[in-house]
Ligand binder design. Structure first.
Ligand SMILES: Cc1cc2nc3c(=O)[nH]c(=O)nc-3n(C[C@H](O)[C@H](O)[C@H](O)COP(=O)(O)OP(=O)(O)OC[C@H]3O[C@@H](n4cnc5c(N)ncnc54)[C@H](O)[C@@H]3O)c2cc1C
Length: 382
């Protein structure tokens, strides 16, 4: 027997569940198919930016505010560059708690792996381990490697030259910083966030593999503080995934499934919530679902600033000489840093703060170069 519904969502992660909530708010009762059981865990830094918290609130989801996130702070030796979010704090929420908080009165089907998707005229038909469904709109919120996107030929080829992976582990220790603390090591970075009164979460992003048994050796400063693991180290990637477009007749890609660049700016969840909210606002079930091209344009607006700022952060991770100069500049101009944090959330055009930063960096680059040269001369004359 084929079950029928107006909207079928594949993937009960944050994007899928937020979309279900947004559609419920419009009077549609979607069906959500999730291959695992709720609450779902996932490798993630678990930080939700202020813009994401506000979006959830508009959708009617209030998260426990036990673990506020004040801002972001980069640490390199004695150098610290940090700023608080201008919009007020974000939150750190364990993925299982977030999954629980997002559950809603949509029809939720767990342990249901979608295996095949077919188009039959105006209907999309889905074959899963728990039977068959047909729907007018199929929302593929099935994550970074989007099996549905691949089945429908919507994915673009994987990019080899910038492949990064992410890992996550929790440690039982009292948080020492209310901001996400970013530490750099050779070829990788660690993002440390408060995850509870006696818990911190560390996300590590890396260009290559991570030595699982001794990854902390790369971060001596953290090693001195992190003694008691509270979860297994788990990894995910490669991170950069692209799609040709985010919709085709009867189908829309949502969240990571629509495309993802990197976790270094911690925006994935907020982008997923914004996309879900927009889908709910623009939805109308008329023939041909003619709102989808409009959704594609809104999607581009939602992710544009994130891509600009994230590309900037990726270059910093690659070029240590530039990074030190930029961090020196940001440490003496916290307002500029704050503007970049707002730009990353899509609240401000990034061009102006980036141009401002570019103008201020060269003196720091010269100072760094001069310092290194003088040190070299000193060592040679000793
Ligand atoms: C190391 C790391 C750190 C990160 N840190 C942050 C951070 O601090 N803040 C932030 O905002 N973002 C962060 N992100 C990104 C964030 O985790 C993602 O953007 C977010 O999970 C996207 O949600 P989603 O619902 O699109 O995908 P997912 O969370 O991956 O959910 C997809 C769901 O689809 C299900 N599914 C897949 N295939 C099928 C199928 N065939 N049938 C049925 N179900 C299926 C999966 O089981 C899964 O539950 C990080 C990512 C990584 C890797």
């Amino acid at each position: 027997m084929v079950k029928e519904c107006q909207v079928l969502i594949v993937g009960g992660g944050p994007a899928g569940l937020a979309a279900a909530r947004a559609l419920l708010n419009r009077g549609i009762r979607p069906v959500v198919l999730e291959r695992r059981h709720w609450p779902v865990d996932k490798v993630c830094g678990e930080g939700i930016m202020p813009v994401g918290v506000a979006c959830l609130r508009r959708l009617g989801i209030e998260l426990a505010a036990d673990c506020p996130l004040r801002g972001v702070e980069y640490v390199e030796g004695n150098l610290r560059a940090g700023a608080d979010f201008a919009e007020g704090p974000g939150l750190v929420v364990r993925r299982t708690d977030l999954s629980q908080a997002l559950l809603c009165p949509a029809e939720l089907v767990e342990n249901c792996l979608v295996r095949e998707v077919h188009r039959h005229g105006d209907w999309m038909e889905v074959n899963s381990t728990q039977g068959r469904w047909r729907c007018r709109l199929l929302v593929a919120a099935d994550g970074l490697h989007s099996p549905i996107g691949r089945m429908l030929g919507l994915r673009r080829y994987a990019v080899k030259w910038l492949q990064r992976w992410g890992w996550r582990q929790h440690f039982a220790v009292k948080p020492w910083n209310g901001r996400v603390e970013v530490h750099y090591a050779r070829g990788c970075e660690a993002y440390v966030s408060p995850a509870g009164p006696e818990m911190i979460g560390v996300a590590v992003l890396s260009q290559s593999g991570l030595r699982r048994h001794n990854w902390l050796d790369a971060f001596p400063e953290l090693q001195a503080r992190l003694h008691t693991p509270a979860s297994e180290l788990a990894g995910y990637g490669p991170l950069w995934q692209r799609s040709r477009r985010v919709h085709e007749p009867g189908v829309v890609l949502l969240g990571d499934a629509a495309g993802y660049l990197d976790a270094c700016t911690g925006e994935g969840l907020s982008l997923a919530f914004a996309q879900a909210e927009t889908l709910g606002q623009q939805w109308h079930g008329g023939p041909g679902l003619t709102f989808l091209p409009e959704y594609q344009r809104s999607y581009a607006d939602i992710v544009r600033h994130y891509y600009t700022v994230t590309w900037g952060a990726l270059w910093l991770a690659r070029w240590p000489w530039l990074r030190t100069a930029v961090l020196r500049t940001l440490s003496s101009h916290p307002n500029l840093f704050q503007q970049l944090l707002s730009a990353n959330q899509g609240l401000l055009a990034p061009q102006r703060p980036l141009l401002n930063l570019l103008l201020k960096v060269p003196p720091q680059l010269c100072a760094g170069w001069l310092g290194r040269s003088l040190q070299g001369v000193g060592e040679r004359t000793r």
